[in-house]
Design a binder for this molecule. Structure first.
Ligand SMILES: [Zn+2]
Length: 207
């Protein structure tokens, strides 16, 4: 941990001032680090390219609440999209977000979440209700909070949500050398973790 912090501050000290605030503050840096260092365990293939693209997007602020199957207004065990409520999903305003959109919400949530639900009280582009199934204590502990938000994938709003197709997952964007290099240039502290990825891409030239 100490080593990481030192490496990070060194890397940041060497970058031009304009980069500094950007790289230090981008909320997806720890997320990319967790995925690349396998700290978060096996991740679905769509996540890394989506999060790397997210590094190039400006974060915004969201107002959030949480819900679960034990909440009086939790809406039972099913989502608007016909899926089962569980960790990793979020309710959003269907006027702005279609089902299957993906957002990152910062601490205390600190997760990449898929929009699979809606709620009558969830109104506004950056208003989310985070599903915390199995952790009802968090519903009152976190209450209503503001946190950083990075939209990662946008599905067009639609009137009828229907049922989530079997086996559905967010799009798997291509992990290109250019994307990896751009992310590495942007976040110097991740370069060591990102560089080996380029070599592992199909069609990459050795050396
Ligand atoms: Zn609850």
């Amino acid at each position: 941990m100490l080593v990481t912090a030192t490496a990070l501050s060194l890397a940041l000290a060497c970058s031009p001032p304009a980069w500094r605030a950007e790289a230090a503050s981008h909320p997806l840096v720890p997320v990319v680090r967790r995925i690349l260092s396998h700290e978060a365990g096996q991740q679905p293939p769509w996540k890394l390219p989506m999060v790397l693209n997210g590094l190039l997007r400006a974060p915004t602020t969201a107002r959030c609440t949480t819900y679960c199957e034990l909440c009086p207004d939790g809406g039972g065990r099913g989502t608007r999209w016909g899926s089962r409520i569980r960790r990793g999903i979020v309710a959003a305003d269907p006027r702005y977000w279609g089902p299957g959109s993906v957002v990152y919400l910062g601490p205390p949530v600190d997760e990449v979440l898929i929009v699979e639900d809606t709620g009558s009280a969830i109104r506004g582009r950056y208003r989310f209700d985070v599903c915390v199934t199995g952790h009802h204590a968090l519903c009152s502990q976190w209450g209503t909070f503001r946190t950083v938000c990075v939209p990662l994938h946008w599905e067009a709003p639609r009137r009828r949500w229907g049922d989530k197709p079997a086996g559905w997952h967010p799009p798997v964007w291509e992990l290109t050398p250019r994307l990896i290099e751009t992310a590495g240039a942007r976040i110097p502290s991740l370069k060591a973790l990102l560089t080996p990825l380029v070599a592992s891409l199909p069609g990459s030239k050795p050396g």
